[in-house]
Design a protein around this ligand. Structure first.
Ligand code: HEM
Length: 960
């Protein structure tokens, strides 16, 4: 325990004991110092649950934080400084920032987050590809979580690269297979060639026995849900219509998201808006998910079709068929049909035991990720031979992507051109005809078109800059190396178009990962602790102390990364990695020297492409091969972010004026091409940059997605309710329902629907009333039952007194309890009205991200030990590090107390569309609505910045 205390202190430089501002807080801080840190849980049931002791809460957040302990939601949201300026306490105590109220609050959040991450790594990694047995039992004297190589991650005989990686001997990727990101994702980890490649199974973050609750495969699931669950029960379309539909004040001006003729600016669709997050952010995350995961193959699911609800509802706790009148009133469609999800394995899984306890080797059914799991921009560059055929290279310079000139529009960026269209011979579904060519063409709209065009331009600008450098210094060392001749520098003039194309892909992928980590996420989670945390993930917490950074890097990679002990390889690795940050871990190596020499800035970097330990040494999979878990997909069902109408503006007219209300559905699939080419990238940038996206909350999903045309299905309606489908897909793929989902992630369970209501709202306030009404609907839909206290419902957590959690959730045996266990996870997280300040997502979603967003970096050698000129080129490394070719550029003003470089996405926007200079002049984070006054410390106020006062978006009286 003492070691833990000392190490946590050292690693995060946090000093939490000490004095305080009020006598009560002072006393609490003293008690906290005496009590010490809580231990990391040995068992699931002892987990942290993001709930702290009273003294800790008081020391870090005073009375407010103490009061917050009574509710299920995480405590840190009530710490000092974790919200806007109203939550700030004293800035400094005796000149020490970390001892002040704010310092204790924010450092306290970071500690809580690190605890969560450590316990998530410890309890929530379950691989479905066959390695889980070794994870639990260990192998060859090493603990399971410290394993680094798995037979299941070998390329199978018959794989085209089987021989190249070593065939049936020890497999090791080398030569051309390690030089860049491979098309199918093999050889990212050179000792586990198959990891993260296409068609490997989705993993799980929940114990396998908690998956597929509706199958009732074990007693806990049967006790938890009785016989109340089914694929279409509760009815997904009824849930969609009653709990997800956006209420309209002027339905005739919205017309279910179809707007008015000629895209008239008079059209109007109500939606709840997030004041600090713009529409670019909504399409950004869709663009990201297309890179990370997909269950579909070429835009299709399995061949058999299924009904999708609009058949029954619960009346007086009994499932009752809908009458035609009820169907008409709800607006749902009983005749909709959809193709079923693909399944990989659905036979009963094998079992094994440890210490007499039975374990499943995988979930009851598994599914496959059809794209690469790596953050490799596969949606742009391709993930298999078919998708690669849609990626068009410039015939005049094959290092570039093909972009064609369109029209004579004003704007310097226009010369960079637009994506060409899919051609008749290209592999495509009929529904993609007329779309711009892209590796991942599904669910295309103007938003997705925007980011594909943007990064195609960026790719080509990188190639241009490289060629310029090559022309100036043809014989100089480009940085690239061929592993077959590691000692021979490759001069600029000798870099082939293919080599340059692949370097461009690496640079663009890393830029995207950086934008996501340091720009999108801190705006999604708009508060100070997450700003520090996310920047810490990328740059590290000690980035201003290069000597310490190196020493910690060496400790993490050289010591903990090599250990066969679970605790070293996971817990300590994660804690100490927060010092140097995950990005670039192990990308420099120094000779074994006395410890003090690690601080010597003149040490020689001996990293070599010739040495597999150097190439691969910075990755850590924490004993479980990397792929996204099924649960990750669930929390990315962010359809509510999309507005029905886009407020169209023009950069070279008056950007304050809304010229049209363009229905997103008018830009769907092939219709995006005309929208993009007629109106232009820069105008769409201003339009989506200024507009607020939809809050992720109930009764706020796009109407057009509830009524989306899907001619490919050939069903009677030809339409589908995507919101209902979100629920069906999760049920098909066995995602646990919300309450068990939370318990599995180490979060507090709910005991009634009323727990959803934000406890901070004043009684009688309109928002509290709105939430109360929604809770009433939830209760009608999911119902109640008379509970049986003899039925234990979970193995994931215990009651506070150590007893097992039963069907009564703390209420007397035989009482009527809410069927809170049955709530679909997507419904549950949208019903989380109580959220940390500035959180566009809920705390449940957030916990899924803490684990998987970190892992996406930890596991990828191109973001860790292979972030090197040997792969990226010297120019590429600089480009990623400095956000462009022209060195670091700082913002002129500080924001939220930080002096930051100009953000990476803002730099991309300015490079690809220099005409946006004036519009972007006052923008700090490209995902904050561009005309919003960013104001003081993390304010969420919707107020125009100077010059945008005339923008009608700021004239709204109502929040919707
Ligand atoms: C114009 C906008 C959009 C359209 C037309 C659209 C359409 C769809 C459709 C039809 C599906 C169902 C595929 C299936 O299971 O058969 C789907 C799935 C999904 N969508 Fe969207 N979507 C849009 C925007 C978004 C956004 C902004 C996000 C945010 C991340 C998102 C995330 C997802 C996810 C995570 C899935 C599940 C994918 C999978 O199962 O592999 N979508 N979308």
């Amino acid at each position: 325990m003492k070691t833990l205390n000392r190490s946590l202190l050292l690693a995060t430089s946090l000093v939490l004991s000490g004095c305080s501002d009020s006598p009560g807080d002072l006393f609490a801080c003293a008690r906290l110092a005496v009590q010490g840190f809580r231990p990391i849980a040995d068992e699931r049931a002892q987990r942290f649950e993001s709930k702290v002791r009273e003294a800790t809460a008081r020391c870090r957040g005073g009375d407010r934080a103490v009061a917050g302990r009574a509710v299920p939601w995480i405590d840190w949201q009530n710490y000092w400084g974790a919200g806007d300026s109203s939550t700030r306490g004293a800035e400094s105590l005796f000149g020490f920032r970390h001892l002040s109220a704010n310092g204790r609050g924010i450092d306290g959040v970071l500690l809580d987050l690190e605890y969560s991450r450590i316990e998530l790594i410890k309890f929530n990694l379950l691989d479905n590809a066959g390695t889980y047995r070794d994870y639990v039992l260990g192998r060859g004297g090493a603990d399971g979580p410290a394993l680094k190589v798995w037979p299941e991650m070998r390329l199978p005989a018959g794989h085209p690269q089987y021989g190249a990686v070593g065939g049936d001997g020890a497999q090791l990727c080398q030569g051309d297979l390690i030089r860049a990101r491979t098309l199918t994702g093999i050889c990212n980890d050179i000792r586990n060639p198959l990891m993260g490649s296409i068609t490997t199974p989705f993993a799980r973050n929940v114990t396998f026995d908690a998956t597929f609750p509706d199958l009732g495969k074990n007693e806990l699931a049967r006790n938890r849900h009785g016989d109340r669950l089914g694929l279409l029960q509760p009815d997904p379309q009824v849930i969609s219509r009653r709990l997800f539909t956006r209420e309209q004040s002027e339905p005739d001006k919205c017309r279910d998201g179809r707007g008015l003729p000629d895209q008239s600016a008079d059209a109007h669709c109500d939606y709840l808006k997030a004041p600090f997050f713009n529409v670019l952010a909504a399409f950004w995350i869709q663009f990201m998910t297309h890179d990370w995961f997909s269950h579909l193959e070429e835009g299709r699911n399995a061949p058999d079709m299924m009904a999708v609800g609009c058949a029954s509802q619960r009346v007086g706790n009994v499932e009752t068929p809908l009458t035609p009148e009820q169907v008409a009133k709800l607006g749902c469609r009983p005749d909709d049909r959809m193709d079923r999800t693909f399944l990989a394995e659905d036979g009963d899984p094998a079992t094994f035991t440890r210490d007499g306890r039975p374990y499943l080797t995988r979930a009851y059914k598994t599914t496959r990720n059809t794209v690469t799991a790596w953050w490799d921009a596969s949606q742009v560059y391709g993930y298999d031979a078919t998708s690669r055929r849609r990626v068009k290279r410039d015939p005049a310079d094959p290092a570039k992507l093909s972009l064609v000139a369109i029209g004579e529009r004003k704007g310097e960026g226009e010369r960079l051109g637009y994506l060409p269209l899919l051609e008749a011979g290209d592999p495509m579904n009929p529904q993609w005809a007329g779309q711009e060519a892209a590796a991942f063409p599904d669910n295309w709209s103007i938003g997705i078109s925007f980011f594909h065009n943007l990064f195609a331009r960026e790719h080509n600008l990188f190639v241009d800059a490289f060629r310029k450098q090559a022309a100036a210094t043809p014989d100089a060392d480009s940085g690239l190396r061929n592993p077959a001749r590691p000692a021979a520098p490759i001069a600029y003039k000798d870099v082939s178009p293919d080599e340059l194309f692949e370097a461009g892909r690496l640079v663009v992928s890393a830029e995207i990962a950086k934008i996501h980590t340091t720009e999108w996420t801190p705006q999604l989670l708009y508060d100070e602790p997450l700003y520090v945390g996310m920047n810490g993930n990328w740059h590290g917490l000690v980035r201003h102390f290069p000597g310490l950074e190196r020493a910690l890097d060496k400790l993490v990679v050289g010591t903990y990364g090599k250990s066969a002990r679970a605790k070293d390889a996971t817990q300590w690795y994660s804690v100490f990695a927060s010092g140097p940050g995950i990005f670039g871990l192990g990308s420099h190596r120094y000779d074994g020297q006395p410890p003090f020499a690690r601080f010597d800035p003149k040490q020689k970097d001996i990293w070599s492409v010739d040495n597999p330990d150097h190439v691969n040494g910075g990755v850590n999979h924490f004993g479980s091969p990397f792929n996204f878990p099924e649960e990750f997909v669930t929390v990315y069902r962010l359809h509510a972010m999309v507005p029905d109408l886009i407020e169209y503006r023009e950069w070279d007219g008056d950007p304050n004026a809304i010229r049209n209300q363009v229905p997103v559905v008018d830009t769907a699939r092939g219709k995006a091409t005309d929208a993009m080419r007629r109106r232009g990238l820069a105008n769409w940038a201003v339009s989506m940059g200024r507009q607020r996206l939809g809050l992720l909350t109930l009764q706020n999903s796009p109407l057009f997605l509830q009524n989306l045309d899907m001619p490919r299905l050939g069903s009677a309606t030809g339409r589908i309710d995507v919101v209902a489908l979100d629920l069906i897909r999760d049920r098909e793929r066995g995602v646990p329902r919300f309450n068990e989902f939370r318990r599995q992630y180490g979060l507090r369970q709910l005991t009634s629907f009323d727990d959803f209501i934000d406890p901070r709202l004043p009684a009688g306030s309109p928002e509290r009333q709105r939430q109360g009404k929604i809770i009433g609907t939830l209760r009608e839909i999911y119902g109640q039952h008379r509970c049986d206290a003899s039925k234990v419902i979970t193995a994931a957590q215990l009651n506070a007194d150590g007893s097992r959690i039963n069907d009564c959730l703390g209420r007397p045996n035989g009482s009527m309890v809410d069927n809170v266990e049955d709530v679909d996870t997507v419904v549950g997280w949208q019903a989380e009205f109580a959220r940390p300040h500035g959180f566009a997502i809920s705390e449940t979603q957030f916990h899924v991200f803490i684990l998987n967003a970190s892992r996406r970096l930890f596991s990828d050698r191109f973001f860790t030990s292979s972030f090197r000129p040997e792969f990226y080129t010297h120019l590429g490394v600089r480009w990623v590090t400095d956000n462009g070719p022209d060195g670091p550029v700082m913002e002129k003003r500080s924001s939220n107390g930080h002096d930051d470089p100009v953000s990476p996405l803002k730099r991309v926007l300015l490079r690809t569309m220099p005409e946006l200079g004036p519009e972007l002049a006052q923008v700090v984070n490209a995902f904050d609505p561009w005309a919003r006054d960013r104001g003081a410390y993390y304010t969420l106020t919707w107020k125009a910045r100077p010059g945008a006062e005339a923008d009608p978006a700021f004239r709204e009286v109502k929040p919707r």
